[in-house]
Structure formats: structure tokens, C-alpha cells
Design a protein around this ligand. Structure first.
Ligand SMILES: NC(=O)c1ccc[n+]([C@@H]2O[C@H](COP(=O)([O-])OP(=O)(O)OC[C@H]3O[C@@H](n4cnc5c(N)ncnc54)[C@H](OP(=O)(O)O)[C@@H]3O)[C@@H](O)[C@H]2O)c1
Length: 405
């Protein structure tokens, strides 16, 4: 991997630039505009925000998933004499991650939609800054295989995984045991309902679920944090990123979100990465790696903090976390099914068609219905994803009827 100093300005495509990760990334890129050139920005349908970003950053390409919105945006880009070419859909995403002038791809799309462009970036040997954990959860083996085969580099942006990456020795690829690591500990804030009695969860609203106590994030990951499925997905993500066995991974409740995760070594040491809960830190770490660059994040004031707390996680309160650990143990397409069912259930909850406390039931029922297979082709993964979405949608419809009665 070439170092930044050797190659000058780095071309970047930001996938999901209109989202929370995307906006934070643009903030860091703007602070370091002498090092980076933004080549492409992408969104699903937020044409107005994308237009505003094109005005500010003047990328060569913009991609929208929605063709109708794209038509409008193309006209506006031309009318405002912007140097940006508008591309549409998955073909557009694939094009902007494969461009020779793009060295770095920020994978900031939410959900399964991020898998194909991220895999394509790996197959073109890019440096991938991975926020889109769903891609690894669905297709960890496939994605890492492509990274190895094509000389790509995968750098974690998820705050926990970036923290672990910072704490691990640089040769951790030799194997965790070989470098003296005995355990990886992911911290979890517990989300907005960590102190709710289980009986109170049937009536919580999307607004309450999205009001995370420490982080400002997109709606899907906010609900995932409230159910702690987010931590479950992160455990699976860590399994792939760090070649960890399930028994080497654990979760501890840490309400303050200051310690972003920890690594335990066989000599009794534990290394932690700390910082204010601001995604610009892990994004800047991955963008600048192996150098450090400015992130615009306020320095952590330990004396003002006073103290930090750690508690065991009560798995009975957070069934989604238990389900994710079970899917990890089961292997094959179990994680694909869990991810797909979770996406369907969370969307139904956000659309007010499903109660919050039904989300884990939808996932468990979908798992029970699904044929779990081994195999690492993209087709196997996408077939399992489609089948699980169909089962999950049927369960959502059934629960909607039951709860309305
Ligand atoms: N937010 C955080 O702090 C955080 C922290 C760690 C990890 N992550 C991970 O980062 C990813 C992004 O999260 P986020 O919170 O930034 O989500 P978000 O705010 O909802 O943004 C999602 C982005 O993806 C685009 N998008 C959505 N569906 C798409 C589709 N089908 N095809 C193409 N683009 C699509 C959206 O475009 P539109 O605006 O047009 O909808 C938007 O630009 C997730 O995997 C999440 O788990 C996020």
C-alpha cells in the first residue's frame, strides 16, 4: 500500500454522501482539502442535498438511485453550470468506485444496498473505508476474499472497530493468538431504552427510538442501537475484520460512549481507544491512515468527565444481541437472514406498521423459516437475502393484523 506522502492528492468517492456518515466524511475532507479530491458523491433519492453538496464540492460525478429524481438533478446541474455528470443506480455506483482516479471509497450506504458497490470497490483494489457493516455481515468471507485477491485495503470506520484497529498490533493479520490477543471487547451504550422495563417497549415511537443518548446517526442504525442489533451486527463485523472466533468477542455496557472498544492481551494488559463520541474521529483515522489528520473533534476532557462506568450486558433485555451471537455460531447464511429480517422489521417499525418489541420476533421467525446454507458466492448471499425479506414481510403483515385486532 502506497503512503499518502508518496502519492499526493487522494481521489475519493463518498457513497451515501447525504447520510450521517457521508456528511461527517465531507466535513473531514473539507478540513483536509489539500490532501483529498472528491471525485464522486452518491445518494438514493435526496436530490436537493446532493445538489447542494455538488455546488460546494464540485465532484466529477454524482449518483442517484432514483431515476426520476436523477432526471431533475441532471437538469439542475447543467443549469447551474456545474462540472458534475449525473449517473443512475447500481451501474453508476459501480462506475464511480472503479474509476482509476479514485483511490479511496467511503462505504457509507446503509443496509444491504451497500454490498454490491463495496464488493466492486474491493475487486478494483481500492482502499475501502467501511461504515456499511451490513456488507460484512452478509458477505464477510466473499468481501475479504476479494480484498485479498485484488490487493484492496479495508479500514474500519465503525467507531468500535476503528478503536480495535487502533489498539491491535499492526501485524494482527498473523492471527490474534499469534500477536498475544486473548479478547476483543466491544463497548455498547445500551441506546435510549437501556433503562426501560421490557413491558414499556410495546408503545415506544420511532422518534424515541431515534433519540440516541450519545450519537447522532441515521434512522436505521439508531433503531438498531435501541434494540442492540447494532451491537450484534458489530460482533459479526468484528469476527470478519479481525479473524476472531466467537469466544474471543464480548460486549460490555458503557453508557458514556467514551471508550470505543478494548483489546485484552495475554500479559494482562488491556488497551482502549477513547475520545468524544464523534464519528469524525474514526473517519479521519481511516482517511489519514497511517498518518493522523485533523478531524475537528473537541479534545476529551477527562477531569470534566469525572468517571466512566462499565456493566455486564443483560442478554434477556436485548434479544437481538442474543440472536446475532446465535447467527454467528451457526454460520452460513444465518447472518444474511438476520440482517435482511432486521432491515424489513426496522423499516416497518419506522413506518409505524410494527411495534418496537416485535422486531426481534420477526427476526427469530424468519430464521426459523429460512433454509441456512453454506457457500460464499454473491448469488447465494443475494438469494438468501431475498428469501428472508419475503418471509419477514409476511410476518410483519401477520403481526400488524394481530396488533390491530
Ligand atoms: N451514522 C453513524 O454514526 C454510523 C456509525 C457507525 C456505522 N454506521 C454505518 O454506516 C452506514 C450508514 O449509516 P448512516 O447512519 O450514515 O445512514 P443514513 O444517515 O441513513 O444515510 C444513508 C446513506 O445511504 C444512502 N442510501 C440509502 N439507501 C440506499 C440505496 N438503496 N442505494 C444507494 N444509496 C442508499 C442514503 O441516500 P438518501 O439520503 O438519498 O436516502 C444516504 O446517503 C450504515 O451501515 C451504518 O450502520 C453509521
Amino acid at each position: 500500500m502506497k503512503r499518502q506522502a508518496d502519492i499526493g492528492v487522494i481521489g475519493v468517492s463518498v457513497l451515501g454522501s447525504t447520510g450521517s456518515i457521508g456528511e461527517h466524511t465531507l466535513d473531514v475532507l473539507a478540513r483536509n482539502s489539500d490532501r483529498f479530491e472528491i471525485i464522486a458523491l452518491t445518494a438514493a433519492r435526496s436530490a436537493d442535498v446532493l445538489l447542494e453538496q455538488c455546488r460546494r464540492f464540485r465532484p466529477r460525478f454524482a449518483v442517484l438511485s432514483d431515476a426520476q429524481a436523477g432526471e431533475q438533478l441532471a437538469k439542475q446541474l447543467a443549469a447551474q453550470d456545474l462540472p458534475t455528470e449525473l449517473l443512475i443506480g447500481e451501474a453508476g455506483l459501480k462506475r464511480v468506485v472503479a474509476l482509476p482516479e479514485v483511490e479511496c471509497v467511503v462505504a457509507g450506504i446503509v443496509g444491504a444496498a451497500g454490498l454490491t458497490p463495496t464488493l466492486h470497490a474491493a475487486r478494483h483494489g481500492k482502499r475501502i473505508l467501511l461504515a456499511n457493516k451490513e456488507a460484512l455481515v452478509m458477505a464477510g468471507e466473499l468481501l475479504l476474499g476479494a480484498v485479498r485477491e485484488h490487493g484492496a485495503v479495508l479500514l474500519p470506520v465503525d467507531s468500535e472497530h476503528n478503536a480495535i484497529f487502533q489498539c491491535l498490533p499492526s501485524d494482527f493479520g498473523r492471527g490474534l493468538e499469534q500477536v498475544g490477543v486473548t479478547e476483543i471487547v466491544l463497548t455498547a451504550s445500551g441506546g435510549p431504552f437501556r433503562d426501560h422495563a421490557p413491558g414499556e417497549l410495546s408503545s415506544v415511537t420511532p422518534e424515541q427510538a431515534c433519540a440516541h443518548p450519545n450519537w447522532q446517526m441515521g434512522r436505521k442504525i439508531s433503531v438498531d442501537s435501541a434494540t442492540m442489533m447494532n451491537k450484534g451486527l458489530e460482533v459479526i463485523e468484528a469476527r470478519w475484520l479481525f479473524a476472531a472466533r466467537a469466544e474471543q468477542l464480548s460486549v460490555v455496557m458503557h453508557r458514556e460512549s467514551i471508550v470505543h472498544s478494548l483489546v485484552r492481551f495475554k500479559d494482562g494488559s488491556m488497551l482502549a481507544q477513547m475520545g468524544n463520541p464523534d464519528m469524525r474521529t474514526p473517519i479521519a483515522n481511516a482517511l489519514g491512515w497511517p498518518q493522523r489528520i485533523d478531524a475537528g473533534v473537541a479534545p476529551l476532557d477527562l477531569a470534566a468527565l469525572g468517571g466512566l462506568t462499565f456493566e455486564p450486558v443483560d442478554m434477556t433485555r436485548f434479544p437481538c444481541l442474543r440472536i446475532a451471537f446465535e447467527a454467528l455460531a451457526r454460520g452460513g447464511t444465518a447472518a444474511v437472514v438476520v440482517n435482511a429480517a432486521n432491515e424489513v422489521a426496522v423499516q416497518a417499525f419506522l413506518d409505524r406498521k410494527l411495534r418496537f418489541d416485535r422486531i426481534h420476533e420477526i427476526i427469530e421467525r424468519t430464521l426459523a423459516d429460512s433454509n441456512i446454507v453454506t457457500g460464499t458466492t454473491l448469488d447465494t448471499v443475494l438469494d438468501a437475502d431475498r428469501e428472508a425479506r419475503r418471509h419477514a414481510s409476511e410476518h410483519v403483515a401477520r403481526y400488524a393484523e394481530v396488533d390491530a385486532a
